[in-house]
Design a protein around this ligand. Sequence first.
Ligand code: PHE
Length: 451
Amino acid sequence: MGMEARNNRDGFGSKLGVIAAAAGSAIGLGNIYRFPCELGENGGAAFLLVYLAVVVLLGIPVMLSELVIGRHSQLNAVGAFRKLAPKSAWPVVGYMGVLCGFLIFSFYSTVAGWTLEYIVKAVDNSFSGKDLAAIEKDFEDFHNQGWRNVMWQAAFIFLTGFVVFRGVKNGIEKFTKILMPLLLVILVVLGIRSVTLPDAGKGLAFLFSPDFSKITGKVLISALGQGFFSLSMGMGVLITYGSYIKKTDNLATTALSVTLSDTLVALLAGIVIFPAAFSFGVNPKAGMGLVFNTIPMIFNQMAGGYFFCIVFFVLLAIAALTSTISLLEVVVAYLSEELHIKRQWATVLACLGTMLIGVFASLSLKAGSPFRMGGTSFFDLLDFVSSNILLPLGGMLIIVFVGWRMGKPKFFEEVTNEGRLKMPLKKAIFFVVKYLAPLAIAVIFITGLIR
Ligand code: PHE
């Protein structure tokens, strides 16, 4: 990979474009679907507290480290390590990331497909006048039509492939800049409706008053995994995107804006879901149905609900799309830069591979599916292994790499744009990267294992 390839690389056009694309990757089903599910299953406020601690302590240092590796090397997740640590085992971290991108895309696209089904349901006005039992039954019926899930999943993978096919600049930026703020607005509107429903207080208490005895090893690991998942950290998305960022952009403020906006959206999602769930009698441990059943119920109680419901699911699909784009981009950047497969073919290949694994993720959710072991579906297995194990492990290796192998001078050079930017906290952040953050991840892992 010489200068030539470097000069031909696609990049982000503007400062806002970078933040929009990285925030687009971070904000997605992880915030609006996965976060409430995890929170509901892991004791509510206690989980939220650990989650916030993970974001504050690890968010900026890990995200910044990834961006530093990407922009410094100007390469994909594997190539970056190969260039910065030649003849070492470090590229394995990049391969892990590519694998993880693949695995996450395979199950993420299942849920992303549901958003398309729900757009159609919303347009059909199929929620109106229904009570919770009927809405829950519709959700269950949909799952039991395994191939219908697969069809939507395939459509979503195709959509993602289409955008990535067209390249970084004109593909990713355009979508995110306008539509993410709109998503925020609709979440605020939903939040206001939710907290003014009868008995909303119970949901708010579940969300905000912690019972510390509920903090177990499982809660710690789940919150760690959710933090990495939601911020798109630990698998090379931010290395890949970092490599497209201009040398004059400020990496630290990018990391800060992405972390803040992602956390804001997750909190808003919590404020939308739980008061309403408690008000309607949806079990907070409902898992998959929690979000997909609660949201239509809220719209049923709202003036203009029909219209807003369509807009919401369209925006949710787009939020998911900007995340799947980043997952696919990691794989495509690797295939095209390292294996020299033409970008277009790399996209087709990666999408077909994802579909091949993804089919089983979708079909495993059907009642009585053969792709289930005990209570655990293939979908859950993919999610657990990639989110709770591979991402934190990848993140730990990434910060160890920056802290111990790249070292302080290169880190400072990159975060200050070779001395042109002031960055008052750089020493403290580097200390966290080198010592505190790896230790924190290790401790959570070990506590989780011996729970
Ligand atoms: N952060 C995305 C979300 O919350 C999911 C994702 C994870 C994207 C890992 C890229 C990498 O929806």
